[in-house]
Structures are given as C-alpha cells and as structure tokens.
Design a protein. Structure first.
Length: 212
C-alpha cells in the first residue's frame, strides 16, 4: 500500500478521518513529516487546486478537502517544527478598509495554505497601515487584498502607496482580487499581481515568491 497515495486520495475525497489515519500510519512506517507534507497533503491539495481551476469541483469540495488536509497537518505540524521545516513563506491577507465581505478572501487563504504557505489573516475592514505593519512584523513578502465593493477598491491603492512611502517597494509585494477588481485596475494602482479567482491567486503568489 502506498501510504502517501492513500493520504492524497483521502484528501481528495474530503475524508478527514482517513487522512488523519493514513498520516499516522505513514509516520509509524518511518516516513518523514516533510515527505508526508510534500508528497501526501500538498500533492493532494495541488490536484484540488487544478480541479477547481478547471471547474471540475466547486467551493464545498475545496473546503472539505482543506478540512481533511488540516486533519493531517495536526499530526505532523509539531514534528515539522521540531525538525525546523519552514513553511513556503508567510502571506498577509485581508479584505480592505470599508469592505466586510470575506468569503473570497477565506477561500484564497485555504488554497494558499494548501500550497504550503503560512497565512496571516487580518479579517475584513483592514486599514492600509495594518496591512503594512503586519507584513513587516511577520516578515511576510506578500500582501493579498480583497474587495467586493467598487467603493472600497481605492483602499488597495492606499496600501500600494504606503509601501512606496515606507521604502518597502520590492521587499513587500501586493496581489489584489475580488469581483470588481481587474488586471487593468491592478496595473493602474501599481499592484504587483491580480488574482481573478482563488486558484489563479495561488499561481500569482507562487510567481511573486519565486521572483525573490
């Protein structure tokens, strides 16, 4: 039995109990926590991301897979910390000032966690200063901003401008998204990337991180 394949296929089925069980069995069989993470849990979430991008699965299935992934992560996270295995990096996320919508932002967070990133979720109605200070405090190279209202989109430009004013351009990169947000708007305000949906946001963040 390929235990890592069982981990990833159970994750695809959204089966928390089986993911936890096979993660435990993989540890007992002597597989390293990093192997289980990379070749079991993250491999499974990568397939989830591709299927979501291709509209083969939808939000409920993604959330079930994410819950199953967390069941496996609970087993290996303490061991990863002991071994000094770092995450792929920290990402600060939030809905911008004046915007109380967070479903899209939460889904992006789920998908980024599934890609191996550590998420600093600031919630909604987040002021520009809070985005930038959180990124500095956490050492996060990327800020992700979401807006669902056209009236709150201007707050995204406030974050980009503040990064410039603080001399952090290039050190902290920005990605923007949400229903009314376009690539044209992202270019206009000087954001580094635009995610048109949760799966594309993961691709864009991967690209921003690999530029460093």
């Amino acid at each position: 039995m390929d235990l890592l394949l069982e981990v990833s296929s159970s994750l695809l089925d959204g089966d928390e109990e089986r993911v936890a069980d096979f993660t435990g069995r993989a540890l007992e069989a002597g597989l390293s926590p990093k192997e289980i993470l990379d070749e079991g849990l993250l491999a499974g979430m990568a397939i989830v991301s591709e299927r979501f991008k291709a509209h083969e699965i939808f939000l409920p299935e993604v959330l079930m897979a994410a819950k199953a992934m967390y069941a496996g992560m609970d087993k290996i996270k303490p061991l990863l910390a002991e071994q000094g295995v770092a995450s792929r990096g920290k990402i600060v996320l939030g809905s911008v000032r004046g915007d109380l919508h967070d479903i899209g932002k939460n889904l992006v967070g789920v998908m980024l966690k599934g890609a191996g990133f550590e998420i600093i979720d600031l919630g909604n109605d987040v002021a520009p200063e809070r985005f930038v200070s959180a990124a500095q405090e956490e050492g996060a190279p990327v800020i992700g901003m979401s807006a669902l209202l056209t009236t709150t989109m201007a707050a995204m430009e406030g974050v980009v401008n503040l990064i410039e004013q603080e001399g952090l351009a290039g050190k902290i990169k920005t990605i923007v998204g949400g229903a009314p947000v376009s690539q044209e708007f992202a270019d206009k305000i000087g954001a580094d990337a635009h995610g048109f949906d949760a799966a594309s946001a993961v691709d864009r963040v991967n690209a921003l991180i690999s530029e460093d």
